[in-house]
Design a protein around this ligand. Structure first.
Ligand SMILES: Nc1ncnc2c1ncn2[C@@H]1O[C@H](COP(=O)(O)O)[C@@H](O)[C@H]1OP(=O)(O)O
Ligand SMILES: [Mg+2]
Ligand SMILES: [Mg+2]
Ligand SMILES: [Mg+2]
Length: 415
């Protein structure tokens, strides 16, 4: 009997050869740990994965995102350490500013680190930063104690994140630290590239050992195009004020036109490309029985009583409203919202004259938009980040696309 052609050694060898050739890149990767792309260029595997994903490696602002992420991670390592030893921080490292708000060694040190990274990589860009070094440069005992502590904690954080130093640099003396802090004096505006930095957003939360965030945004011609928020104390899953679980520490990023993303903040000591991060999306929930509202903790920062009335109008039940309200300091509220763990953010003004600062909202703004939500002032008008260091509007309301207009209607009814 004639042997079937399918069983001939030549045929079987050909099949194996075709399979190997079709999977050449996988085979090479298995043997060498490197990937060969068709042009014969050898690139590391993580870059190959990014190229193959839906998000290209050359997406807009890739380098800005990489530098911003590493700088925010280093500042987060520093502030987390302080936050974990908060009893000492409170005693020795806090100064009260002219507007009576607190500033700690953590705020100064984090601003120095992030500003330095921006200047090193994008020397033509301006920075609007919350802090300045005036107090530290005074010839007083308090200034000397604060400054010595700042130098010490920066050195510690740089040692712990030394693998980033080729990208974000390092600061080795107090003069350079003061100069770096003072790079943040831009007056903002609607032209050019301006970074907005809040080195510790929610300093009061930080001092309580609760939530705070390191917030960095890039504003181009008045529009926020990139935002990175490091949340050193934020659990991955936030269900209510009592029920919060999962990995502690999150890094939330958004690039305009690309999307919004989450990755654990302390898991890796390198930059994780967006293709390897988790894409996050706002909820679409509009049901009064199950929607969740995020608000600040501090009654002096937003009007909790006006917010209660709005929740009433939206139809939240008075018996369950406390379970549907999540109180969090700082821009972590935008992160929880963008991740779809809450549906509405209410920040009703306590005073007619207070104007929000751009560094308090810029990064959160692009995060919510890119996750599929909306942010506006109390009239629903989008926030304008091109008007200087301050927003010229009152209050902040954010929500998923389905519920936003209903919330604005309720706000108008109450005010
Ligand atoms: N009087 C005020 N009204 C509204 N926000 C304020 C006021 N004072 C400080 N803030 C800022 O509000 C934000 C925190 O508010 P909340 O945590 O309630 O959302 C912080 O950015 C804080 O600045 P800072 O960055 O100095 O902490
Ligand atoms: Mg402050
Ligand atoms: Mg702030
Ligand atoms: Mg701050």
């Amino acid at each position: 009997m004639r042997r079937s052609v399918f069983k001939s050694p030549v045929f079987l060898f050909s099949v194996v050869l075709i399979v190997v050739l079709l999977n050449l890149s996988r085979v090479t990767r298995y043997i060498t740990g490197k990937t060969i792309v068709p042009q014969g260029v050898v690139i590391p595997i993580s870059r190959f994965r990014t190229t193959m994903s839906t998000i290209p490696l050359d997406h807009p602002y890739y380098k800005e995102l990489e530098i911003a992420s590493l700088a925010v991670k280093r500042a987060s390592v520093l502030t987390k350490k302080l936050s974990d030893s908060i009893a000492t921080t409170q005693k020795s490292g806090t100064h009260t500013k002219d507007d009576k708000s607190p500033v700690t060694v953590g705020d100064y040190a984090a601003q120095a680190i992030v500003n330095h990274a921006i200047q090193l990589n994008f020397p033509g860009d301006e920075i609007v930063g919350e802090e300045d070094s005036d107090t530290l440069r005074e010839n007083t005992d308090e200034a000397k104690i604060l400054s010595a502590k700042i130098l010490e904690i920066i050195k510690e954080a740089e040692e712990e994140t030394s693998s980033y130093s080729d990208k974000v640099g390092s600061l080795t003396n107090l003069n350079d630290i003061f100069d770096s802090i003072d790079l943040g004096t831009s007056q903002g505006g609607s032209e050019g590239r301006i970074w907005a930095l809040d080195p510790i957003d929610g300093t009061k939360g930080f001092l309580r050992g609760d939530q705070f965030a390191v917030c960095l945004a890039l504003i181009e011609n008045g529009k926020v195009v990139l935002g990175v928020i490091g949340c050193p104390n934020l659990p991955e899953i936030i269900l209510s004020n009592e029920d919060q679980t999962g990995v502690i520490g999150g890094l939330y990023s958004a690039v305009k036109g690309v999307g919004a993303f989450y990755t654990p903040l302390f898991d890796s000591d390198e930059f994780i490309p967006l293709a390897d991060q988790e894409r996050i999306k706002m909820s679409t929930n509009t049901s009064p029985a199950s929607i969740k509202v995020v608000e600040g903790v501090e009654k002096g920062h937003s009007s909790h009583s006006t917010q209660s009335k709005i929740k009433d109008i939206l139809g939240l039940n008075r018996d369950t409203v406390h379970r549907q309200t999540i109180n969090l300091d700082s821009q972590v509220k935008y992160c929880v919202l963008a991740k779809g763990q809450a549906d509405i953010y209410l920040r009703l003004p306590v005073s007619d004259t207070y104007r929000e600062k751009i560094w308090d909202h810029a990064a959160g703004n692009v995060l919510v938009y890119e996750a599929g939500g909306k942010v506006g002032d109390i009239t629903g008008t989008p926030l304008d980040f091109g008007k200087g260091r301050y927003l010229q509007s009152k209050g902040v309301i954010a929500g998923n696309n389905e519920i936003f207009d209903t919330v604005i209607k309720a706000v108008k009814e109450v005010l």
